[in-house]
Design a protein around this ligand. Structure first.
Ligand code: NAD
Ligand code: UFG
Length: 340
């Protein structure tokens, strides 16, 4: 298939591009590089020993979108391009609504005009807000007023936008993929997550402590109703997540309409379990201190991934150890990310 990947130079996008190339697809990436570097794509092409087309462009720029669709007849689009920092979305809500909502609507127009009818969308477990019960299934309630930040609201709003779009165009197909917590890196150590500034997410923070860039981890809350009092999440290896996108494309090719899948492992790990596992993987114990809870955080969140298994034939293969070992390989070989 000819696949357009928006945001393909980013963390999940670059791993998905590699998976696409390795499974015989042709890939064009459309990315404004606002949170990534073209170096990730050079490395993807090297790893796959295949070409990748890169177009520097912004999903807010309708002309640039039209041009990219005019150049190639795509079969499908995988749409990663998005701003994604939870804290920043609270202080810059308009940027988030504009970039994520307007950008996605622009993309849908461009697809419609070009007759491209298959879309995979990066959604998030954040759409479930405060879970009523665990594990979360795709039928678990999503409540806009319980989503705790503007970034998360853009994801839930866009799920509705894309459903409405498909209802009006019944020959279109949309896969809403709700990611749990993507971590780790490709086993080569060549591509991985390269956050700007001080990381907000747990694994990048822990890796930077292990590599000596940060002194110690602040554990946000030790009094949650979880086995050890720290937050529990469903961490998923980014290469498993990437594979889910390729299978979602195959599903769309069956004219399935709108489908929604949790992409998680079904296992929850606490912050302290992550600290221990990463310490073992890196051979460097992670100093930490329990501090106040982070506003907006929930105690626990993990998936029931059964639907993705039965309908996509997808299942996470890599466990916590591989997530940490591969994440550490990337971090230790590239202490300054792609700017080394
Ligand atoms: P990322 O920031 O590494 O990748 C996003 C890419 O989109 C970047 O390369 C950025 O330059 C690009 N981009 C942003 N705005 C753009 C625009 N207006 N035009 C063109 N390109 C633009 O993030 P990621 O972690 O790879 O996330 C990919 C997708 O998955 C995002 O939609 C994100 O919201 C979603 N997601 C991520 C997580 C996570 O924890 N990483 C969890 C759930 C969902
Ligand atoms: N944590 C710490 N210290 C830190 C960072 C995180 O203790 O320095 C804890 C958090 O309190 C939480 C756990 O580690 O218990 C995971 O936190 P992350 O920030 O890594 O991930 P979140 O679950 O908060 O959110 C992430 C993404 C969201 C996405 C969500 C579900 O940031 O965008 O996963 O996919 F919506």
């Amino acid at each position: 298939m000819n696949v357009l990947v928006t945001g393909g130079a980013g963390y999940i996008g670059s791993h998905t591009c590699l998976e696409l190339l390795n499974t015989g697809h042709s890939v064009t990436v459309f990315d404004n590089l606002s949170n990534s570097s073209e170096e990730s794509l050079r490395r993807v092409a090297d790893l796959a020993q295949k070409e990748i087309v890169f177009v520097k462009g912004d999903i807010l720029d309708n002309e640039a979108l039209e041009q990219v669709f005019a150049q190639t007849q795509f079969d499908s689009v995988i749409h990663f391009a998005s701003l994604k920092a939870v804290g920043e979305s609270v202080s810059k809500p308009l940027e988030y609504y504009h970039n994520n909502l307007t950008g996605t609507v622009n993309l849908c127009y461009a697809m419609q005009n070009a007759g491209v009818k298959n879309l995979v969308f990066s959604s998030s477990a954040t759409v479930y807000g405060l879970p009523k019960s665990l594990p979360l299934t795709e039928a678990s309630p999503t409540m806009i007023h319980e989503v705790t930040n503007p970034y998360g609201r853009t994801k839930l709003m866009l799920e509705f936008v894309l459903r409405d779009w498909q209802t009006a165009n019944p020959n279109f197909n949309v896969a809403l993929l709700r990611y749990f917590n993507p971590v780790g890196a490709h086993e080569s150590g060549q591509i991985g997550e390269d956050p700007n500034g001080i990381p907000n997410n747990l694994l990048p923070y822990v890796s930077q402590v292990a590599v000596g860039k940060l002194d110690q981890l602040g554990v946000f809350g030790g009094d949650y109703e979880t086995p050890d009092g720290t937050g529990v999440r469903d961490y998923i290896h980014v290469v498993d997540l990437a594979a889910g996108h390729v299978l979602a494309l195959n599903k769309l090719a069956t004219n399935c309409g709108v489908v929604t899948y949790n992409l998680g492992t079904g296992n929850g790990y606490s912050v302290l379990e992550i600290v221990k596992a990463f310490g073992e993987a890196s051979g460097k114990p992670i100093p930490y201190k329990v501090v106040d809870r982070r506003p907006g955080d929930i105690a626990a969140c993990y998936a029931d991934p059964a639907l993705a298994k039965s309908e996509l034939g997808w299942e996470a293969k890599r466990g916590l150890k591989e997530m940490c070992v591969d994440g550490w390989r990337w971090q230790s070989q590239n202490p300054n990310g792609f700017n080394a």
